[in-house]
Design a protein. Structure first.
Lengths: 211, 633
């Protein structure tokens, strides 16, 4: 077999270079890369919802406005709770890396609990708005506000489902062999949902309050 | 088509052992068979959309036509557009992507085989849900881009628009998952030596298409959610009286919709870039400029959406900017056309049916591109907008562009997908009837548009001067339809009794032609080593014409000798898709119990499957597949 000459696009022979240099570099795990790709689509999803909110939030239909509606201390506590859940998630990942499945379970429970606590604060906020007449159908402000924060809440809820589902799965005997990717992708998702909330808190609540 | 779904076409050994017959299809995870499912469903939806178009042309053949009522006509043009774009051209593209891309990059399957099955079932479920509207009281009738306020509860009180919103939502989730799957597949699963600048053009255009899917579908998802909430839960986004903005729908729709038309055409460019070099016996001219042009088109496709809305009154500045960006797209597209022509220049041309379609594509697509540049001129568009000129333009790029290229791909890759050749004689008749019929149908629409005939009118008066060209157009449809019938005949006959295909019937250049036709379940007995661009051609010129197995990476997982580890078939993706379709019906018909039940079942299915590690199964390698690879290496 003639060993190939190097052509314009680098024709190389089988024995010229190790496989690693032929484009087969250690790739990112499929699931982790897939999750990053999915999150980039999620970013566009929330960007669209935030755009809709920016366009419509001044149309209040003579009802509550961002300034009059938002209860910053309440939302601030919820924000702190959600942010600390990112910390507990990271601590859980750490326990997993040390091979401590009991520690991992503990932090998964803590993260799920904090997620639920955030949702409880959001439910309290939403019921307060409804009792004061700000609803999904009261005005474009209400509609776009509830769509944006509601979809974020649904993402937190799905994250809690994911956390508890993974918690049940940790009791499988072979779990620790598969744990790295499974905890890593969940962690990525959870941190992403947190980051989205930071954006929402800043641009919807803080900027809304200053008008 | 029935015999494709029989077991006759399964690879002779080494197929999934768990299921046979229908269950083998319901539990399918093999990318090649998912590709076949996409192609079959896409072809069926194409025929449905074609019948809808045929009825519309009968109605418009003469002034004051009485074939259908105005209301039915509205439903026909809405469903025709929606079906052709979302349920015919896109699935046909995704069918070829599934069937061919893993073969082109030397992979054994996609990155996520079970998600791939879920994508297909969601597309099929969404498409069937949308089309079930014909029988369930209310068909979408507000046009394929479904503008507010006409699609709102006030002017579209029936269920039709709900079917549109929820059907497209479900199908769209499937497409988005495909996008993630193929991006990861192309990044991670290339064979050793398959570097970025050795990727076949079809794989490159798939890569850019899937980036567009990833960024274009989320705005559509949001838009469909907003409209669903407005119609079902009385939210206010688009209603002017309540302070909402109907332009919000139009903008979000076209932020999705313009990249969408490139999602429809880029895979077609990829197919043409595979067919022309093979039948010219030359490498693709200007490969790097082709890649850069594809990236440029993908990038620009997000910058032009306002050209669909020049008449909405954004003013001369906005319109000028978007007119310029729109015309700019003609530059990378022109680069591509000249590269294809230069590839043919001095080549040893063989005019097989696939090549006829490719050359036909060059001719009609350039015409469609020219009328596109005319429409990009904002002042001219103020006259042409919403006229038959626009109808002529987008049929030239969608049929003369996308569909002709897809048919080139069908004649080219059919042997690899089914193991049998399409009949070339029928193919030539098929090509010339459709090519002539298409031009006779759609070229007169340019004149009708310039004469002022608006699109979407259900009839016209004899005195308007539209009669002659409408008669010509409908005459053309009969030629076009007879061509389509020949196509169907050819496919059915060839699947059942076509000539058996060899591994490389066209003396082609890419990895997919280095393995038997149809490809075995594991694609490659051993992962091949790619030694250059057009890897099979490199081996034909510098080796013994067979691919060299890649050296095993150190620490690679070794199974039993002579066996390949493949994903295991599962019914779970189908069940997950069914719960979403059931929930969709629950929302359309406002049945709370169905919504709750379906979403609970979805939760159970996810909980039971989302962490499950696919144990896979071992498939025995056939001796002839071992022999198809070079002993060297």
């Amino acid at each position: 077999m003639p060993m190939a000459s190097v052509t314009e696009r680098g024709l190389v022979g089988a024995s010229d270079r190790p496989v690693a240099e032929l484009g087969a570099q250690e790739p990112m795990d499929n699931s982790v890369l897939g999750l990053w790709v999915w999150l980039s689509a999620e970013a566009l999803f929330f960007a669209s919802l935030i755009g809709v909110y920016f366009l419509l939030h001044t149309d209040t239909n003579h009802g509550l406005t961002p300034q009059t509606a938002f209860d910053l201390p309440l939302t601030f506590v919820g924000t702190i709770i959600l942010l600390s859940s990112s910390m507990t998630m990271a601590l859980g990942y750490n326990q997993m890396r040390r091979g401590n499945v009991v520690g991992l379970r503990r932090w998964l429970v803590a993260t799920a609990f904090l997620g639920l606590a955030f949702l409880a604060f959001q439910a309290k906020e939403f019921t307060g708005f409804y009792s004061r007449g700000l609803t999904l159908s009261s005005s474009p402000f209400g509609s776009s506000f509830f769509t944006l924060t509601g979809f974020h809440g649904l993402h937190v809820l799905f994250g809690v489902f994911w956390l508890l589902s993974l918690l049940a799965y940790t009791y499988k005997p072979t779990f620790m062999q598969e744990a790295k990717t499974k905890v890593q992708v969940l962690g990525l998702y959870w941190h992403f949902v947190d980051v989205v909330w930071v954006v929402i808190f800043t641009f919807v609540y803080l900027m809304g309050k200053v008008g | 088509m029935a015999s494709i779904s029989g077991t006759a076409n399964l690879p002779r050994t080494g197929e999934a052992t768990a299921y046979r017959g229908l269950m083998a299809w319901l539990t399918v995870v093999d990318h090649k068979r998912i590709g076949q499912l996409y192609l079959m469903s896409g072809l069926l939806f194409f025929l449905v959309g074609g019948v809808e178009a045929f009825i519309m042309r009968l109605q418009l053949m003469h002034p004051n036509g009485h074939v259908v009522s105005a209301a039915v006509f509205n439903e026909l043009f809405t469903m025709h557009g929606t079906t052709m774009i979302f349920l015919a051209v896109m699935p046909l593209s995704i069918g070829f992507i599934n069937a061919i891309v893993p073969l082109q990059i030397g992979a054994r399957d996609v990155a996520f085989p079970r998600l791939n099955a879920l994508s297909f079932w969601l597309f099929l479920g969404g498409g069937l849900l949308l089309n079930s509207s014909w029988f369930l009281g209310g068909t979408p009738n507000a046009g394929w881009f479904n503008y507010t306020p006409i699609s709102g509860a006030q002017f579209s009180p029936g269920l039709g628009v709900d079917f549109y919103d929820i059907g497209l939502q479900i199908a769209g989730i499937g497409t988005l998952i495909s996008g993630i799957n193929f991006l990861v597949t192309i990044v991670n699963m290339r064979a050793p030596g398959m570097t970025w600048f050795r990727l076949p053009m079809f794989t490159w255009t798939t890569f850019v298409t899937m980036i567009l899917v990833l960024f274009a579908f989320p705005p559509l998802t949001v838009n469909l959610f907003l409209q669903t909430f407005e119609r079902l839960f009385h939210a206010e986004y688009f209603n002017v009286a309540a302070g909402g903005s109907p332009l919000l729908w139009a903008n979000l729709f076209w932020i999705f919709g313009h990249p969408e038309v490139y999602i429809l055409i880029l895979p077609a460019f990829g197919i043409i870039s595979e067919v022309i070099p093979t039948f010219s016996r030359k490498p693709l001219f200007g490969y790097v400029s082709m890649v850069l042009a594809t990236l440029a088109i993908g990038f620009l496709s997000f910058m032009v959406w306002v050209h669909h809305m020049f008449t909405l009154g954004y003013g001369p500045w906005v319109n000028s900017i978007f007119a310029l960006t729109s015309m700019l797209i003609a530059v990378p597209t022109g680069v591509k056309v000249f590269n294809w022509l230069s590839t043919m220049w001095g080549g040893q041309l063989r005019f097989t049916t696939a090549m006829l379609w490719a050359v036909g594509f060059l001719f009609t697509f350039v015409l469609g591109g020219m009328s596109g540049v005319m429409l990009a001129v904002a002042p001219a568009d103020l006259q042409l907008n919403n006229s038959y000129f626009v109808v002529a333009h987008f049929h030239y790029v969608l049929i003369g562009g996308s569909l002709f290229a897809l048919l080139a791909g069908l004649y080219y890759w059919f042997p690899k997908i089914t193991g049998r050749m399409l009949n070339e004689r029928l193919g030539r008749w098929n090509f010339w009837l459709m090519f002539i019929g298409f031009n006779v149908t759609f070229f007169p629409m340019h004149f009708l548009g310039l004469e002022g005939m608006p699109r979407r009118i259900f009839t016209y008066s004899p005195g308007f001067g539209f009669t002659f060209w409408n008669e010509v157009a409908t005459f053309g449809v009969f030629i076009l339809a007879s061509g389509v019938l020949l196509l169907v005949m050819n496919v059915v006959r060839s699947v059942a009794a076509g000539e058996r295909a060899s591994a490389d019937p066209w003396d082609a250049r890419g990895l997919e032609w280095s393995i038997s036709s149809p490809a075995p379940a594991y694609n490659f007995a051993k992962i091949p080593l790619v030694r250059g661009y057009d890897p099979l051609w490199v081996e034909k010129m510098h080796g013994d014409g067979r691919m060299i197995p890649a050296p095993q990476a150190p620490g690679a997982h070794h199974g039993p000798l002579g066996m390949v580890h493949m994903p295991k078939p599962t019914i779970v993706p189908l069940l997950v898709a069914l719960t979403l379709v059931a929930a969709g019906y629950g929302f359309i018909f406002n049945q709370l119990w169905l919504e709750v039940l379906a979403l609970l079942l979805l939760g159970v299915a996810l909980h039971r499957s989302m962490f499950e590690v696919d144990p896979g199964e071992y498939v025995r390698v056939r001796p002839e597949d071992e022999e198809a690879m070079s002993a060297h290496g």
